[in-house]
Design a protein around this ligand. Structure first.
Ligand code: PLP
Length: 646
């Protein structure tokens, strides 16, 4: 190895696990090499010297096949006997110079220097090619091992000019932090050799070093997310069943997920992520909460669907009406889109008027009347924001600016007698997060009452997410109709709309407004929702969620500030917004003013580090009760590492 090759040493360094049979050991090392491991360190304190020589010879042959290097731990004689590529020694042993001489040129010498920079200086003086420091995270195999400050790795690289290796406690979750801090070699045992698929795990580590494009070119190896995305596109438009999942906004390949548990989920490449999307809001308890899963299993065993009434629907309706005083009656549907679409038809049927007011940037599902953007002038009727929406329909929708009281007053002054409803996200979560001004919500309530229009709070996202009394309780406003979804299904397809009795009694079969659904009130979905609603009623639930979400925002904002990055963040209950802009925005125009490229850079850096944020600069994020304080701290630490090299 030439001096410049040595300096460029970079990648995954597999350390062989102790005490397993030779065939198993060789199979595991081969799997790791297939995933792109650059160095293998043979360490075997438990075997006799003669056995070690046999294994080391086989490992050397294996490494050569994959163009990787074999390093022998703590045994210069063995390394020479098998013609290994180098030796790794303890830096304090005092025999580094002798080892250097014995090994001769072209062989690698590495030294463990614990957390001691002076020791590293001495080791470099003695001719080592890389320096290993105890990693900054606890090691499962050596819980008492010394832990280095992250700053040591960059210092070693910059001041000593040799690659720094992190050894002990390195996992896929903390690897990106270590790399960002200046680590060139990640020495891993447990999180590599105990992974369900060693090759995929090695690939995931390598991805952190190599970036995605290089990885895509690695045709002989499997990169499952990429393969799945290519397959998906053959028969699913864009490869996804809902557009934002396609990563179009941020670029790159979407993750295909195979499993979720608590605050984490795992993708098809075996990489684990802390999840801040939570299925876009429903998973307020985290993934696969045992009580929710048990409720689903029990209900499913009794029958998947009846297309006829069940008792659990009554329980759900009673509970929703008890928790939200604005609801006298409620009807269950299967999605948020159905809930808002039905609420609008109901408001039109009830008032006998056609005009609808919505706000630019609010999303209420994909029904025709709601896929409308602002017209060309102030107070002009809207244009379709999607192909396939008739202009004739869009012309009934007036699109106004969020948080703009004067404009709302103007609209009522001009069109008041024809306005059937105002529909609003009381806290917007669909153009990133925008908090309402109290005066805006108050004015909306007053104007609807004065002009006989129906006020619809679309709480599909905010419902039970910002608090147990939803946004309407939080801001002290009583809407005429409320739409719900997400949390009330606990991860299963449930939506609902409800409100004043006199309005709700207009629905079929009581009244003339038609609305129906084959799977509405589905017993399995309702069971998941009821179990979720039961758990979130525990005292202090939303306080804890609010505190954690706020801590995330505060921590991210402080990390950005420390490194001079223009950034702000805010939260309401368990939902949050991140903005690459000085202050949180109040309107659609201000949201559009955020630095989208900066967000995309942040998104990908955090994704690589194992933190899954919404793949768009214009979506809110979600924290669940399953996120621990240390999860939040881990995310903040990763963001700090990202901002540091911004
Ligand atoms: N309303 C709001 C506020 C939403 O955020 C969403 C979805 O994100 C919807 C309605 C539509 O719900 P669904 O996707 O379940 O149809």
């Amino acid at each position: 190895m030439t001096a410049s090759e040595t300096k460029a040493l970079r990648g995954l360094y597999a350390i062989t696990p102790d005490g397993i049979d030779k065939p198993l050991l060789l199979a595991r090392v081969e799997a790791a090499l297939r995933g792109g491991v650059k160095l293998v360190q043979y360490r075997d304190k438990k075997r006799k010297a003669t056995q070690q020589a046999g294994i080391a010879l086989d490992l050397r042959a294996l490494c050569r096949r994959f163009d990787a290097r074999l390093i022998v731990n703590d045994d210069v004689a063995l390394a020479r006997a098998v013609d290994a590529d180098g030796v790794h020694l303890g830096g304090g042993d005092g025999d580094l110079a002798a080892a250097r001489q014995a090994l001769g040129p072209g062989k690698l010498l590495g030294a463990s220097c614990y957390a001691d920079f002076d020791l590293a200086c001495t080791a470099v003086g003695a001719g080592v090619d890389y320096v290993a420091f105890g990693a900054a995270y606890p090691s499962p195999t050596k819980p008492l091992a010394v832990r280095s400050p992250l700053s040591l790795f960059g210092r070693c690289r910059d001041e000593l000019g040799v690659p720094a290796c992190a050894i002990g406690g390195v996992t896929l979750d903390n690897a990106a932090n270590l790399i960002a801090a200046g680590t060139s070699l990640l020495a891993v045992i447990t999180d590599l050799f105990e992974a369900p698929d060693i090759t995929l795990r090695a690939l995931a580590f390598q991805q952190l070093f190599e970036g995605e494009t290089t990885l895509r070119r690695r045709t002989s190896l499997s990169h499952r997310n990429q393969q799945l995305f290519e397959r998906a596109q053959r028969h699913i438009p864009g490869g996804v069943n809902s557009p934002v999942r396609a990563f179009r906004s941020v670029g790159g390949t979407p993750c295909f997920f195979t499993q979720g548990s608590g605050s984490r989920m795992t993708d098809a490449d075996g990489k684990s992520y802390l999840d801040y999307v939570g299925s876009w809001g429903p998973l307020i308890l985290g993934h696969a909460h045992p009580e929710v899963v048990a409720a689903v299993q029990q209900a499913a065993a009794l029958g998947l669907s009846f297309g006829a009434p069940t008792e659990s629907e009554i329980e759900m309706a009673n509970l929703l009406c008890a928790l939200l005083p604005s609801l006298d009656m409620v009807r269950l549907v299967s999605s948020g889109t159905e809930a808002t679409m039905s609420a609008i038809r109901l408001a039109r049927g009830f008032t006998g008027r056609d005009t609808l007011i919505k706000f630019e940037g609010c999303y209420h599902g994909h029904s025709d009347s709601l896929l409308v953007k602002a017209g060309s002038g102030m107070l002009t009727f809207g244009n379709p924001s999607s192909g396939g929406v008739p202009a004739d329909l869009a012309k009934h929708t007036l699109v106004l600016d969020y948080n703009d009281v004067a404009q709302l007053e103007g609209a009522f002054a001009e069109y008041g007698a024809g306005i059937a409803a105002v529909i609003v996200e009381p806290v917007v979560g669909n153009m990133n997060l925008i908090a309402p001004r109290q005066a805006f919500l108050d004015a909306m309530r007053g104007l609807c009452t004065k002009h006989g229009a129906v006020l619809i709070f679309d709480e599909v996202m905010t419902g039970f997410r910002v608090g147990l009394t939803c946004a309407q309780g939080h801001y002290g406003i009583t809407p005429d109709l409320t739409t719900l979804g997400k949390v009330i299904g606990g991860g299963m397809p449930v939506g609902a709309f409800g409100g004043k009795r006199e309005i709700m009694e207009m629905i079929a079969p009581l009244g003339p407004v038609y609305q129906a659904g084959t799977l509405s009130g589905n017993p399995v979905a309702v069971a998941a929702g009821l179990a979720t609603l039961r758990l979130i009623q525990q005292p202090g639930f939303h306080d804890a969620l609010t505190r954690k979400t706020q801590a995330l925002c505060d921590g991210l904002a402080a990390a950005a500030k420390q490194h001079g990055v223009t950034f702000s963040a805010q939260s309401v209950g368990g939902m949050f917004g991140l903005y690459f802009r000085q202050q949180p925005p109040h309107s659609y125009a201000e949201v559009m003013d955020c630095d989208k490229d900066a967000f995309n850079r942040f998104f990908h850096a955090m994704l690589a580090a194992g933190h899954y944020f919404a793949p768009s600069a214009f979506e809110a994020g979600f924290v669940s009760a399953a996120h621990s304080d240390s999860d939040i701290a881990e995310t903040i630490a990763s963001a700090e590492a990202v901002f540091k090299v911004w």
